[in-house]
Design a binder for this molecule. Structure first.
Ligand code: PGA
Length: 254
C-alpha cells in the first residue's frame, strides 16, 4: 500500500507571527491524530522555513519549500538553493507549480534542472503538472500533462524518478473553488500511472505517489482520496486554517 501524503502549500500568505501561530496549531492538532499511513508536509514561504523545520522536531509533519533554484550557490539575487534548504533540514520542495510556470515563465528545461538539483541534495521534489481550462475543453488534457512529464521527470533514470512525488493540479481548479470531480482526478491519475509503468515498469508505477491539487478542501477531500490512484493532496487555500487542514489530513488516513 502506498503512503498517503497531505501537503500544504501556503503560497505567499501569512506574516511571521501568523505563521508561528498556524504551525503551532497544526502541530498541536497532529499530536492527537493517529497517523498510520499518512505523511504531512508543510510548504511554507522561504523566510519561514527555518521556523517550520524547528517545529518539525517532535512534530508529525515535515517542512517543504515552494520553489528552488537549479544552481547550488552564486549570483542569483532573490533565489534559494537546494543546499540552503538541506542546511535547514528542509526535506521537500514543490517544483513546477502552475503559478511559477505562468508568472515566472519556468520552462520544462529549467524545471528538469531544478528536479536534478533537488535530487542531488536529497530534497524530495513534489513535481506539479496539469492542464489549463482551454486545453481540457479542447480535449487535449492528457497530451498536455504527458508532455509536461516527458520533458522533465520522465528523463530521469528509474532509481531517481522513484524519489519524485507527482502532483496533478488542473490549473482551472486551483484557487477557483471548482475542484476536479473524483472521477476526473482518478482518470488522469490512472493515466499518469500507466505512463509511468510504460516508462519505468510496474514496480515503480505502483509505488509512485500521485497527489491531487486544486480546490481540495475539508468537504471534498475524503471522496477524492478514496480514488484508487489518488494518494493524497496538495492543498492551497484550505491549508491556511488549522482546523480545515487537519480535517483533510484525517480524510487521508481513512
Ligand atoms: P488551492 O491550491 O487548493 O488553493 O486550489 C492548490 C495549489 O495551488 O497547490
Amino acid at each position: 500500500m502506498r503512503t498517503k501524503i497531505v501537503a500544504g502549500n501556503w503560497k505567499m500568505n501569512k506574516t511571521f507571527q501568523e505563521a508561528e501561530e498556524l504551525l503551532a496549531e497544526i502541530s498541536e492538532g497532529l499530536e492527537s491524530c493517529e497517523l498510520q499511513n499518512t505523511d504531512v508536509i508543510l510548504c511554507v514561504p522561504a523566510p519561514y522555513l527555518e521556523l517550520a523545520a524547528d517545529f518539525c522536531d517532535g512534530s508529525k509533519f515535515m517542512a517543504g519549500a515552494q520553489n528552488i533554484h537549479d544552481q547550488d550557490f552564486g549570483a542569483y539575487t532573490g533565489e534559494v538553493s537546494a543546499p540552503m534548504l538541506k542546511s535547514l533540514n528542509v526535506d521537500f520542495t514543490i517544483i513546477g507549480h502552475s503559478e511559477r510556470r505562468k508568472y515566472f515563465g519556468e520552462s520544462g528545461d529549467f524545471l528538469k534542472k531544478k528536479v536534478e538539483a533537488s535530487l542531488k541534495h536529497g530534497i524530495g521534489p513534489i513535481f506539479c503538472c496539469g492542464e489549463v481550462l482551454d486545453e481540457r475543453n479542447q480535449g487535449i488534457h492528457f497530451e498536455v500533462v504527458k508532455k509536461q512529464l516527458e520533458e522533465t521527470v520522465f528523463l530521469f533514470p528509474a532509481d531517481e524518478f522513484r524519489q519524485i512525488i507527482i502532483a496533478y493540479e488542473p490549473v482551472w481548479a486551483i484557487g477557483t473553488g471548482v475542484n476536479a470531480t473524483p472521477a476526473q482526478a482518478q482518470e488522469m491519475h490512472a493515466a499518469i500511472r500507466r505512463w509511468i509503468e510504460g516508462k519505468f515498469g510496474e514496480e515503480v508505477s505502483e509505488s509512485t505517489i500521485i497527489l491531487y491539487g486544486g480546490s481540495c478542501n475539508a468537504g471534498n477531500a475524503a471522496e477524492l482520496f478514496r480514488q484508487p490512484d489518488v494518494d493524497g493532496g496538495l492543498i492551497g487555500g484550505a491549508s491556511l486554517k488549522a482546523s480545515e487542514f487537519l480535517t483533510i489530513v484525517k480524510a487521508a488516513e481513512k
